[in-house]
Ligand binder design. Sequence first.
Ligand code: NZQ
Ligand code: ZN
Length: 383
Amino acid sequence: MYNFAYHNPVHILFGDDAIAQLPTLIPAGSRLMMTYGQGSIQRNGVYQRVLAALHDWPLLEFGGLEANPRYETCLRAVDICRQEGITFLLAVGGGSVLDGTKLIAAATPFVGDPWTLLTKEAPVERALPLGCVQTLPATGSEMNGFAVISRASTQEKLGFGSPYLYPRFALLDPTTTFSLHPRQIANGIVDTFVHVLEQYLTQPVQAALQDRQAEAILLTLIEAAPQVRAAPQDYAVRANLMWCATQGLNGLIGCGVPQDWSTHLIGHELTALYGLDHGQSLAVVLPGVWLYNRATKEEKLVQYGRRVWGMTEGSPEQLSLAAIERTEAFFREVGVKTRLSEYGIGQEAVTAVAERLTARRVRLGELGNIDGNAVATILQMRL
Ligand code: NZQ
Ligand code: ZN
């Protein structure tokens, strides 16, 4: 296990009464702006519950943040924050609303071109404080300092992060997720599953606890996936999914272990260029990354096959191949397709994504062995 530091300042309130606690969490005297997406919170009553909890707070609203939040939209909110002297942001919605709000938080006090936060790793030296009501279990954004932003004009989708961007608090009420479309639930399960795998399925470093914490999240998701389809109104199942998502990307299971993230970075290009949902892009790419790096990941693939899928028979090579196949089958059982052709995407994507990543001179994966040519090989396997 490598050396590491771990600090996570997010105050979590979990349960069906969490939203009512809002007034106790926002600093007194804050000039507050609430951000949200394209209307789901008005349709499912979360908006009304937030306003009821905040009945005596003066409040500005900024709605309209898109799924895969757009830079251009966030900048409109930045102008308003500057004009109105906003001092606290409250994001209400899924990961996109929260990510967009993180960019607004960083860009409002930023001097210079905020796009450099995403393209040039311009440091975030301060940010507006923010809190969130997370309504979609998937990204883990509620308990981390990262955000992924899309720029419509250039079809780019890039991430950035800073310790200043951790939410001050995250309210996690599983009842807010009852209104999710099955497609979003499925995407969320795949996203959480892949977050765990990107931190787990690398090389063994004798991090016994982190391995078992990761396996616990995977096993819980495998158990919950058919349950949420069979009993969509079951609170306990929703609660388990929500807590898995938060735990999947809050830094804990990644402490002191190598991390991959190539599936995410290749997947972001598929979203940017072809509009795949984030979860869909991951289900397409992950089996290809694993087949490409099967030999270097073999030990962990075997451990994963044995401990998570209960596999017993076969050579390490056979077990690792079976673990890859089983994972793709799981994504399909959850309801997410795993081939580019199933989304109407063909050979052109192999070339386009590989060219983009070659131009950026990427070296992806925990061993840095995935360059643009390797990306082409990986996507070729996923047509
Ligand atoms: O916009 P509204 O009307 O709110 O509708 C949303 C959106 O259409 C809807 N929705 C959200 N909560 C709902 C609901 N509908 C009914 N009931 C509810 N309770 O669901 C749709 C998708 O929402 P979105 O926020 O886009 O989904 P998700 O939470 O999966 O976020 C995806 C974004 O997060 C990024 C992804 O790249 C993508 O841009 N990620 C962020 C990460 C992070 N910050 O750490 C890590 C992830 O790997 C990921 O990259
Ligand atoms: Zn993700």
